[in-house]
Structures are given as C-alpha cells and as structure tokens.
Design a protein around this ligand. Structure first.
Ligand SMILES: NC(=O)C1=CN([C@@H]2O[C@H](COP(=O)(O)OP(=O)(O)OC[C@H]3O[C@@H](n4cnc5c(N)ncnc54)[C@H](O)[C@@H]3O)[C@@H](O)[C@H]2O)C=CC1
Ligand SMILES: N[C@@H](CC=O)C(=O)O
Ligand code: NA
Length: 431
C-alpha cells in the first residue's frame, strides 16, 4: 500500500447508504488494494443515531454539516433531495474534498455549479449511481465514448415504473399494490411520485443528455409524462398489436434542415414491439441503447435500482476518487463545450398510435383521415374492426412534429363520429 489513508464521510444510511457501509467494511482490504491506500469510513451522518444499533456507534452523528467540515477526504452523499445537501456538497468541493453521489435530482439541476466548485478546487465529482443504478453507463459516456459522436441515448432508466408496467402487462396486477411492493423492495424514491410522474426519469435524461451531447440540459428542459395515465386499455391496445408499454427516456441529437443541431430530451410512455430488446426488460431492471457514429449501437443492461446494486456503482466511484487522490490526479471534468440548445417537444418528431371507437357507417374513415391530412400528419397503418354499432379503428402515424400529432388527436376527439378515444400513445422502435 503506497498512499495515506483516504477518510470517507457517509451522509445518509438508508437503502443505499446501509449497503455502502456494509460493503466498505466487509471489503476493506480489497478496496484498499484497488485504491492504493486504506479507505476508512470516518463518520456516518444519520438523522437519528439511536435508531441505528447495527452501525458502529462511535462513527455516528446527526450533524452532517459538521462531518462535512471535519478532517475527511471524500464525501459519499446518499441522503437525496436538493437542500441542505447542495450546500454541504458545495462546501466540501470548495475545500477540495471529492464527492461521490447517487443524487440525480440534485445533479439534474445543479451539476454546472457543483462541477465549477469541483474544478476550482481540483476535486472530483463522481455520480455513476445516479443513472441506471449498478449499470456502468456514465463513465462509458464520459470516457469510453469521448472520441465518438453520440446521436441517441434511449432506454428504461426508472426501475419502479418498469416494475409496475411489467406487472400490469404480465399479470394485470394493480397499480397501487405494485407501487407499494416497489417501495418495500427499496426501488422507489422516498416520495414515489418522483418515480410515477416521471421526475426521476427526467432527471436521469438531463444527466444523460448533458454527458452524451457535451451540453447543459437540466431536468426542467426535459419533456415529461409519467405512467399515472397509463390505463389497462392502453396495455390491452398494445397487446392487441403485439406491442408493450414502457416508460422511456429519449435523448436525441436533432439536426435541422439548415444543419443546426439541438438536443431533444423527453420522458413518456411508449408502445414498442414485443420483439424489441427493451420489451423484454422486466421488473426493476434498466436498459439503455446508445447510438454513436463510429461505434454504432450499444446496449447497457442491468439492475437499475435497489440498495446493493446502487451501492456497487457508489463503491466503484469511491475507489476511482480514492485512487485519484493517491496518485494526485483527477477524473474527467464536466464537458459542456458544445452548448447545444434544447428543442421544444412540440417540434420534436414523434409517431403516435391512436385507438378509437367510431360510428360504424360509411365515410367515417375518410373523415378521420382528413383531419390527419389537415395537420400534415401522414398515416403509416390503419386497422378497422367492426363491432355491433361501432367500429374500432387503430391508426399508427409516420413521424410528424409532436405538436401536429397532439392537435390531430384533440380535433379527432371532438368529432361526432368518434365515440371514444380509447388509447393514444407514442410509438418507438419501429420502421
Ligand atoms: N434506492 C435506489 O434504488 C436508488 C437510490 N438512488 C439515490 O440515492 C439516494 C439515497 O436513496 P435511498 O437510499 O433509496 O433513500 P433512503 O430514503 O432509503 O435513505 C436516505 C437516508 O437519508 C437519511 N437522512 C435524511 N436527512 C438526513 C440528514 N439531514 N442527515 C443524515 N441523514 C439524513 C434518511 O433518514 C434516510 O435514512 C437518493 O438520492 C436516491 O435518489 C439512486 C439510485 C438508486
Ligand atoms: N427510484 C429509482 C431508483 C434508482 O434510481 C428507480 O426506481 O429507478
Ligand atoms: Na449507473
């Protein structure tokens, strides 16, 4: 062992923090060998020390701010949320302490400020656990693909919603009971509306788009729809067409006709063919496709949530920052030099699947088709099935600006011949 001991402060000891504490203790010798110096857990900030008889009592404190200011080299932040964590981490970075965090909500809004603080003091800011849990994804984007031009990053990055959608699809299980189960298993956020309303996936999309396109994309730049409005009708409509419903984060480099580039970053439910590789990603697993000019298509797959998988990514970062300190170097800095603007959702090209119950009489299909034509939306496929007095009409469009598709759906919903708009959902993964 050649370096001096790296002293670590752990902030938060819940689902992920408790696994980090366990692995740090159990694997101390291995971690020291990999880092080049002993990695010592110097203190653990918890809200109520008396509630943690399982932890070494001499390490516990309820004063996280004081622990941050104490003689430690690295802060591992696993509390979550914006404040007071943001202030503590800025203080730590400005004093040259390195930070490892899984806090996507914080990074998606304040990564510029945090990175500047890290740069000015020569400290490291690592956050592999913040997106897709255990899956090595951010370091491949930041480092392995630094020589390529990434065009798209698309995937399932929220374990809780994937767990719920998989259950709805396979067993028809209810939404609320499946969400409770996801919380019990440690997948859901402290406030699970962050998962089901798509905020968590939007934060992750912001982090992914920023890294992939060397730009600054914040969570508020990301178009967001969660799964709260996904109904059993949507699931059934998808099944009837050999598709399934997934909540995807989609980050794309969009090139306009005049050659100018922008970034589209969005989170919403989509229908994808059952044959698509993302369709088979079940439970709390995550999977992300990356497309790059030279590399072509890459797929990253693994456990995206849960204590131990997330702790794996945290410890990987911890070894990296400890090694950097031992060797006297730093990891890669934030790279936002391309500064691409964010394209509004309305101008982003998407495709829709629309299921309608319409009056079963001549000319209805032509009337519906006229509305599409009026909005310059071209239809890729139509399927009609007659029932007693109504017909079911399923329409899949070609790519069109999302605003035009929305306007089409709104107008169709108002037509007298349309009895019900049964399901409307964007489509991905088809030619
Ligand atoms: N659970 C998961 O699967 C994943 C979680 N994350 C992120 O990791 C972070 C931690 O998540 P979990 O462990 O799931 O949350 P958790 O809610 O289980 O743990 C957070 C802990 O922080 C403690 N805490 C709150 N305020 C504190 C304070 N002022 N001082 C000391 N402790 C305080 C809470 O009492 C709780 O024990 C969050 O940022 C979350 O978004 C990231 C990837 C996956
Ligand atoms: N709540 C998140 C946890 C991991 O980031 C999820 O469900 O994916
Ligand atoms: Na990860």
């Amino acid at each position: 062992m050649d370096g001096k001991t790296v002293r670590v402060a752990l902030l938060g000891c819940g689902t992920v923090g408790s696994e980090v504490a366990r692995l740090l203790t159990e694997q101390a010798d291995e971690l020291a060998a990999r880092a080049g110096a002993p990695v010592e857990l110097a203190g653990i900030a918890v809200r109520r020390p008396d509630k943690h008889p399982e932890l070494p009592q001499h390490l516990l404190t309820s004063d996280a701010a004081a622990l941050v200011e104490s003689d430690v080299d690295v802060i591992v932040e696993l509390i979550g949320g914006i404040e007071p964590v943001r202030t503590w981490l800025l203080t730590a970075l400005r004093k040259g302490k390195s930070v490892v965090t899984a806090n996507k909500a914080l990074l998606a809004e304040y990564s510029a400020e945090l990175s500047e603080a890290a740069d000015s003091a020569g400290a490291d800011l690592y956050f592999e656990a913040s997106v897709a849990g255990a899956i090595p994804l951010l370091r491949p984007l930041r480092e392995s693909l630094a020589g390529d031009r990434i065009t798209k990053v698309m995937g399932i990055v929220n374990g809780t919603t994937n767990f719920i959608l998989s259950a709805m699809d396979s067993s028809g299980a209810g939404y609320a009971e499946t969400l409770d189960e996801a919380s019990r298993l440690g997948y859901a956020e402290a406030d699970p509306t962050a998962d089901v309303d798509g905020y968590d996936a939007a934060s992750k999309a912001a982090i992914l788009a920023s890294l992939a396109f060397h730009s600054r994309v914040t969570a508020s730049d990301v178009y967001r729809e969660g799964i709260a409005n996904v109904t059993s009708s949507d699931i059934a409509a998808a099944k009837a067409l050999g598709r399934t419903v997934k909540l995807l984060s989609i980050c794309e480099r969009v090139t306009a006709d005049d050659g100018t580039e922008s970034v589209s970053a969005r989170v919403h439910p989509v229908m994808i063919p059952r044959s698509h590789p993302l369709a088979g990603v079940g439970g709390a697993f995550n999977a992300v496709f990356v497309e790059a000019d030279a590399a072509g298509e890459l797929m990253f797959y693994g456990q995206g949530a849960g204590g131990a998988p997330t702790a794996s990514a945290v410890l990987g970062d911890l070894v990296a920052v400890a090694r950097n300190r031992v060797l006297g170097g730093r990891g890669p800095r934030e790279s936002a030099h391309a500064a691409l603007p964010v394209r509004p959702m309305g101008q982003t090209p998407t495709r829709y699947h629309i299921s309608l119950d319409v009056a079963d009489k001549p000319g209805v299909l032509a009337q519906v088709a006229q509305v599409f034509a009026a909005h310059e939306v071209s239809i890729a496929a139509v399927r009609q099935r007659d029932r007693l007095s109504t017909a079911s009409l399923v329409i899949v469009t070609h790519l069109a600006p999302d605003a035009a598709l929305r306007a089409t759906v709104e107008e169709i919903g108002k037509m007298d011949v349309v009895h019900e708009v049964v399901s409307v959902m964007r489509v991905e993964g088809e030619d």
